[in-house]
Ligand binder design. Sequence first.
Ligand SMILES: NC(=O)c1ccc[n+]([C@@H]2O[C@H](COP(=O)([O-])OP(=O)(O)OC[C@H]3O[C@@H](n4cnc5c(N)ncnc54)[C@H](O)[C@@H]3O)[C@@H](O)[C@H]2O)c1
Length: 334
Amino acid sequence: MSEMKIGVIGTGAIGQTHIERINTKLQGARVIACADPNADFCKSIAEKFSLKAYDDPKDMINADDIEAVVVTAADNFHEEYVLAAIEAGKYVFCEKPLAPESNACRKIVDAEIAGGKQLVQVGFMRRYDPGYRQLKELIDSGDYGAPLMLHCAHRNPEVSGFTTEMSVENSLIHEIDVLRWLLGENYETAEVVFPRTTRNAEGELRDPQIMYLTTESGIRIDVESFVNCKYGYDIKCEVVCEEGTLTLPEPANVMKRVDAARVTPICRDWSERFVDAYNIEFQEWINACKEGRVDGPTAWDGYVGQVTAAAASKARDAQSVMTIEFDEKPAFYN
Ligand SMILES: NC(=O)c1ccc[n+]([C@@H]2O[C@H](COP(=O)([O-])OP(=O)(O)OC[C@H]3O[C@@H](n4cnc5c(N)ncnc54)[C@H](O)[C@@H]3O)[C@@H](O)[C@H]2O)c1
């Protein structure tokens, strides 16, 4: 089977890593073009990876030789390019968030349904992390009884230019998606509380924060977001079930015994922690597109994620518990 030809929109940090992964590590596809309104920068990336450079991403989406599109532009531009790809009838992988506003996500859902074919996948890569996959298998086995509570944490060593709002919208959006997928249930309520703020928070930033979610069956989730934890990039998830607890495995790193201490390294950032997840995510996306289907997180998952994040943001601003209300799931996504 021939290689699927891909165009990447947005040649910033993650766009470049995806180009490199598809063209050097994965099989069955090749990035042949890129587009970014920052023309000189786009040309330099195109030269580095031997791609054709487009100033206008829509020209690239509509080019005859482009079979699928990867959107890694800044968040506000996702909607425009995903809609253009749907109109062109091309598979489109869009980095999270599908769009910053839930209305825009709903517009994408409606456009995809109107087109009559599932084309959109959202970049919620945690679902591809081998540790989360093991957790899901064990929960789904039912051997440990029903999940009752989840205790989770999302910690970054430090993040500059971060605002209080970004904890939910940029960090916890990953937990919002992956925990819903793990449990196979929608959320009902959201709340965000502020513990004492670290002295390492810049300006007005409230850090850490704790988001509480409840699900339809009453499972209670707490997730800590701490973007100035200083020591490393650390992701935790413990699922307390009726007859046992299930804990997300730590990345496999050698433990050293040195200087009268046991030392096991912790990842420094998300790109290191989730490198396997990104590779698996893209390989499976390529394989599915070539078989004519989408089997990863859908535009509907993108919509549900943004509705939940918006409710959590409202809850944070109002310092109260918010009920989360979704539209009814269209049969198209069953
Ligand atoms: N899945 C993940 O864990 C993960 C991690 C990092 C980033 N992301 C997402 O990937 C996207 C890009 O993030 P990044 O860190 O690479 O940002 P970045 O700022 O490094 O790159 C963004 C790129 O978008 C380009 N751009 C701006 N306006 C554009 C437009 N109108 N059309 C096309 N391109 C445009 C910019 O020139 C820049 O090259 C964001 O949506 C972000 O949320 C996801």
